[in-house]
Design a protein around this ligand. Structure first.
Ligand SMILES: Nc1nc2c(c(=O)[nH]1)N[C@H]1C(S)=C(S)[C@@H](COP(=O)(O)OP(=O)(O)OC[C@H]3O[C@@H](n4cnc5c(=O)[nH]c(N)nc54)[C@H](O)[C@@H]3O)O[C@H]1N2
Ligand SMILES: Nc1nc2c(c(=O)[nH]1)N[C@H]1C(S)=C(S)[C@@H](COP(=O)(O)OP(=O)(O)OC[C@H]3O[C@@H](n4cnc5c(=O)[nH]c(N)nc54)[C@H](O)[C@@H]3O)O[C@H]1N2
Ligand code: SF4
Ligand SMILES: [Mo]
Length: 687
């Protein structure tokens, strides 16, 4: 009888990297369970992690390098060797560089985050400024707001030491399961919880105050809270005087947002707004837990986010324990992450459209308008896309991007799975999943670990970093780090931490780095904020320098998406909210896993029963949803937890993708983020 062994491996279906025990028999993973070796996680796995075997052994796995042999877009592929693939890619990429210049090649990474610095290096060594990622729709707009206002990256709350936590558009139980332990502890020790969410979510059940606002109206709500906090003298005068720039202008502006006015805009009762403001300002230390994407998925997203964010400095909760500290736990120095900067000097895609993005971020280009840039040859011809995990369904109106990809001279996609996004590719390469690869993992609190493969790679799939290093060598690019092999590269990442790969191999549960940088609070007492004024900028100079040219305002001004968009509301009466996370789905990835997908089976069009009744729609009826951008079919699902007038649809399903409904030019003019969370639609019963 063959023996079962337990291999410790990190789940990588999402970026949380939970440690699991994979039971391996005859070289195959036969079952998985959460490892008990990490106290935070303590044996837990979410539904997706528990279904890992269907991820690893999925019929959609790409097993070999393939080249397209039929007409482009026909999806007819033939197996080739790795050597052939590398030769063909190197030859074509160098030819394109020679003929059109290095900027004509775009280097793109989808949601996978773990190998991004290597990809950025590759783009730099090739000489292209066009390294871009899925963060053109996730995370970077919030980060931009932080940099514009606080001169810092996103600061998450210190849940362990807070007396109050305000979860602003954050449904931890569905989207961030590893954080729920701290959340439950906060509740147990009597901490106050404020939830700002249009839906009564499972996370909102624990709330002392739930502000159930209309999607996209976050800015108005936050300004009204600031109004109460200032009017009632609940703000931190000393902090504001010393460290805030533009307070008088801000104070004057928030006067316009009385709770009564905000109630009309947001649909939240004025007294409840007052109560929440008093609780957040009066029961400190208080932290705000933001989603990295929800607020900014709106056409006034950056300013709405800044309005919420200004509450932190207003109440003196910035960079203190229990508030939103800049570094609550220890950090460990590493090579690569956050250190490789984007190649600069040639105009990047998106630079003309979204200048602040480039002023404040030196790491990547903004590519939400990628299809336009390709099709309109603006700012210059784009001839090649080298994609790792490129999922066209991420973009609004994804078919338009498919069309653009088809016109390219050369398109490569490297993915674990064959998807519709591979169909336009000239070459596709098989990536290994976390079960089949080695990877250095950065955990919270300065903990590092090495996730080692549990089984041999399926087919000829390879670690993405290995593919990147091989490609650099095939193109004879010069960066010395790209000359390393995978093992040397991982060692290089670790060097500043004082740990070696050998140390980590001996401790699969992870180890604290030796050269730990301790937590730090109130950094502003030692050095100025990294903004033009050296203070927290309620009036952002990074933004208002573009007031004349782009119309950006320094104050976190509220603009209502219902007023500034030109959609005919009689035709499209519902507010379309897309992509609120569900525990079983992870963007486009898990639809192919029957253990998860069968829970719902088809694209659910979630609407309030009262709204459905008016349209004579019954639960489970087939319905058609349309917007000015497109149409999709789905199944009506009644949701009493949402607000009336709101339709919610998950994204990423290639069969019926909510993004078909979002107009591709419905973007925040500052960040370029699509208004995924607040567009417009109508719903009809299908025959
Ligand atoms: N299971 C699962 N987990 C995930 C992901 C996944 O696909 N699946 N994706 C990961 C990624 S990439 C991200 S960015 C995060 C996102 O993480 P979260 O932002 O926490 O996830 P969401 O569910 O999109 O949004 C949280 C809540 O915001 C509410 N909401 C919707 N619109 C608005 C609005 O306009 N204003 C306010 N205040 N609230 C609103 C929704 O009702 C929802 O309950 O999740 C990560 N975790
Ligand atoms: N309507 C709407 N649209 C949205 C959102 C929304 O809320 N509503 N959310 C936006 C946000 S926040 C995000 S983050 C994006 C999601 O961003 P996407 O990039 O669309 O995310 P995924 O579909 O998870 O992954 C992309 C591809 O990466 C592949 N992949 C997974 N792991 C690896 C790996 O290790 N190596 C390689 N080479 N490939 C891998 C997957 O198989 C998949 O094909 O969607 C955005 N789009
Ligand atoms: S939260 Fe779930 S999907 Fe994400 S790493 Fe953990 S087990 Fe995997
Ligand atoms: Mo995201």
């Amino acid at each position: 009888m063959s023996e079962k062994t337990i291999k410790k491996v990190r789940c990588n279906i999402c970026a949380s990297g939970c440690l699991m025990d994979a039971y391996v028999e005859d070289g195959k993973v036969v079952s998985v369970e959460g490892s008990k070796d990490t106290p935070m996680q303590n044996g837990g796995l979410c539904a997706k992690g528990a279904a890992s075997r269907q991820y690893l052994y999925n019929k959609d796995r790409i097993l070999y390098p393939m080249k397209q042999v039929g007409e482009k877009g026909s999806g007819k592929f033939e197996r080739i060797s790795w050597e052939e693939a590398y030769d063909a890619i190197a030859k074509k990429m160098l030819q394109i560089r020679e003929t059109y210049g290095p900027q004509s090649a775009v280097f793109y990474v989808g949601y996978p985050k773990w190998f991004r610095p290597a990809m950025l290096r590759l783009a730099n060594a090739y000489g292209s400024p066009n390294y871009c990622t899925e963060s053109s729709t996730c995370f970077q707009a919030s980060d931009l707001a932080w940099r514009a206002t606080y001169g810092n990256h996103i600061c998450f709350p210190d849940m362990m030491h807070a007396n109050t936590i305000m979860l602003w558009s954050s449904n931890l139980y569905h989207s961030n399961t590893p954080m729920t332990k701290g959340y439950r502890k906060l509740k147990e020790r009597g901490g106050k919880i404020i939830v700002v969410d249009p839906r009564k979510t499972v996370t909102a059940k624990d709330a002392d105050i739930h502000l159930q606002l209309i999607p996209g109206t976050d800015g108005a709500l936050a300004l009204a809270m600031a109004n109460v906090i200032i009017e009632e003298n609940l703000y931190d005068k000393e902090f504001v005087e010393k460290y805030v720039y533009g307070f008088e202008e801000y104070r004057k502006y928030v006067r316009e947002y009385s709770p009564e006015r905000a109630a009309e805009i947001t649909g939240v009762d004025a007294e409840l707004i007052r109560k929440a403001a008093r609780c957040y300002a009066g029961n400190g230390p208080a932290g705000i837990m933001f989603s990295v994407s929800t607020i900014v998925h709106n056409i006034n997203g950056v300013q709405n986010y800044r309005a919420v964010q200004s509450l932190i400095a207003l109440t003196g909760n910035y960079d203190i324990p229990g508030g939103n500290p800049s570094r609550p736990g220890p950090a460990v120095p590493l090579n690569e992450f956050g250190q490789v900067k984007r190649f600069n000097g040639i105009e990047a895609i998106g630079e003309k459209d979204f200048p602040v993005w480039f002023d404040l971020s030196c790491e990547e280009a903004q590519c939400t308008r990628l299809a336009d840039y390709i099709l309109q040859e603006d700012p210059y011809p784009i001839k090649a896309v080298l994609g790792f995990g490129l999922n066209h369904n991420m973009w609004p109106q994804p078919e338009y991007l498919q069309k653009a990809l088809k016109t390219l001279d050369f398109y490569v996609n490297v993915d674990i799975f064959y998807s519709e996004s591979c169909r336009m590719a000239d070459i596709i390469l098989p990536a290994a999943s976390s079960f089949e690869r080695d990877e250095v993992i950065r955990g919270r609190g300065g903990i590092l670990s090495l996730s080692e493969k549990a089984v041999e790679p399926l087919g000829e799939s390879k670690n993405d970093i290995e593919i990147i290093l091989d490609l650099a060598k095939a193109m004879k690019l010069e960066d010395p780090v790209l000359q390393l092999n995978l093992e040397e590269y991982m060692q290089y990442i670790l060097e500043p931490s004082g740990l070696t790969l050998k140390d980590l191999r001996e401790h699969p549960e992870g180890m604290k780095g030796k050269n730990v940088i301790p937590p730090e609070f109130k950094t502003y007492e030692k050095r100025p904020f990294n903004t033009p004024s050296g203070k927290v900028e309620f009036v952002s100079q990074a933004l208002n320098k573009y007031e004349k040219t782009y119309g950006y305002k320094g104050l976190p001004e509220y603009q209502d998406f219902r007023e500034i968009s030109e959609v005919d509301r009689e035709e499209y009466p519902f507010i379309l909210n897309t992509g609120s996370r569900k525990p079983q789905y992870f963007h486009s990835r898990t639809y192919r896993m029957s253990w998860l997908n069968d829970l719902e089976g088809s694209t659910l069009i979630e609407m309030h029963p009262e709204d459905a009744k008016k349209l004579s729609i019954n639960e489970k009826d087939p319905v058609l949803v349309s917007s000015p951008a497109g149409k999709i079919e789905g199944t009506a699902s009644f949701c009493v937890n949402g607000k009336q007038g709101m339709v919610n649809i998950y994204h990423g399903n290639q069969e019926a993708d909510a993004n078909e409904l979002i107009a591709r030019d419905y973007l925040d003019p500052i960040s370029g983020f699509p208004g995924y969370k607040s567009y417009f639609c109508k719903v009809e019963k299908r025959g």
